[in-house]
Design a protein around this ligand. Structure first.
Ligand code: ZN
Length: 390
């Protein structure tokens, strides 16, 4: 209860910061001004910080008592979406928008810095604040880790706002919560020529078409129906003209799963089918396969601490259960280094029109949800550190 009261003190500040970030969105890994503004705010608060992973920032508050180190993470990047909101804080940058709520994450994390700085005498250990760039491209967390962000961190906690959940609700559950986000690209090489004389060519369009169909059998025939797996071919590019046989085709797609052992199995299945399908039609195929984000798997203990902390903030009845999502989150980079938990905070409010899906050009968040978010960051940090108190 006390945490919520403290969070309320900074509600106006958090809303102001969120609107500032919202009006000035920046692309992934290019959050130069956002990063600068965060540092200025940390300076004003009087908290030490370092740049990390390019445009990322890590702030640190050491409690007066020794203990473990917990990291609170908020991502800060925007998206290439043209905003269609007519609110006074709408994006001022053409073609860029905070359409996923990362503006709220950065602002709430600043609010949490203020609260925890105020009560640092009561903290049993150290709290780190990860203002993370480049979540939307799955690069920021890895860049911060490469820069040493996770050194000495014993547990990590993340919040994502959600327009699927009403304001004043929280989701915190153990286990696999978000899927991997792998990317593949298949380049097919055939032999071009005149559309009237196919016998002199190797048609890459035909190979591409066959390949799209054959890839579908990986999910349906090679993997268990009881374990989720998605393989989507999202793009196929080939050919220049109606009467020209295309020499090349390029297929691109994404793979989603929760079981980390799937990476190699799926990759080798795609490769086998690509090569052998191409060979069937006298062409060749090369596969590029990249794990952009790993599955996000919430640690059992961290999830328990997070659920109990949430109950203190919004009440037990407002703890919602959610199905895992085949969406991806690069929070998984942090939580594969130390135990972690990724949670969701409701910001859905029909009257305020904050019920549009994420990445929609009318996406918005209910700012009344920020107090719960700030309090939740703070409560988790305190509870995590108390749990491991020496
Ligand atoms: Zn997001």
């Amino acid at each position: 209860m006390k945490t919520l009261e403290l969070a309320k003190k900074y509600q106006e500040y958090v809303v102001k910061m969120r609107r500032e970030f919202h009006m000035n969105p920046e692309a992934s890994m290019k959050e130069f001004n956002t990063s600068k503004r965060i540092k200025e705010e940390l300076e004003k608060i009087g908290v030490e910080y370092v740049s990390c992973g390019g445009t990322g920032v890590v702030a640190t508050i050491k409690g007066s008592k020794p203990g473990k180190t917990v990291a609170l993470r908020g991502d800060i990047d925007a998206l290439a979406v043209i905003e269609e909101n007519d609110k006074e804080y709408a994006s001022k940058v053409d073609g860029l928008m905070h359409a996923c709520g990362h503006d709220a994450h950065g602002a709430m994390l600043l609010g949490a810095v203020k609260v925890l700085n105020e009560i640092k005498d009561e903290i049993n250990g150290t709290v780190k604040f990860f203002f993370q760039p480049g979540e939307e491209v799955g690069k920021g967390a890895a860049a911060m880790i490469a820069d040493g962000a996770m050194n000495g961190v014993d547990g990590v906690f993340g919040i994502h706002v959600s327009s699927d959940m009403p304001t004043g609700t929280i989701n915190a559950e153990p286990g696999a919560r978000l899927a991997s986000g792998d990317m593949f690209k298949i380049v097919i090489t055939g032999k071009g020529g005149h559309g009237a004389h196919p016998e002199n060519t190797v048609d890459a369009v035909v190979v591409g078409a066959a390949l799209v169909m054959n890839i579908q059998t990986i999910v349906s025939r090679e993997f268990s129906p009881l374990e989720p797996l998605v393989i989507t071919v999202g793009s196929i590019k080939s050919g220049t003209r109606f009467n020209v046989i295309a020499p090349n085709a390029v297929l691109e797609g994404t793979v989603r799963y929760f079981d980390p052992t799937y990476t190699e199995k799926v990759k080798s299945a795609i490769e086998r089918i690509a090569k052998l399908t191409a060979e069937t039609y006298r062409a060749s195929a090369e596969l590029e396969y990249t794990v952009v984000v790993k599955p996000t798997i919430n640690d059992e203990t961290c999830a328990k601490i997070a659920a109990e902390a949430a109950a203190k903030i919004v009440g037990k009845d407002n703890l919602l259960k959610l199905e895992p999502s085949t969406g991806g989150e690069d929070f998984s980079e942090f939580s594969s280094v130390a135990p972690g938990v990724m949670t969701r905070l409701g910001t859905r409010n029909k009257e305020k029109k904050t019920d549009y899906p994420h990445h929609h050009n009318k996406f918005d968040v209910d700012e009344d949800g920020f107090v719960y978010g700030v309090a939740y960051y703070v409560q988790f940090a305190i509870d995590f550190l108390n749990n491991y108190k020496k």
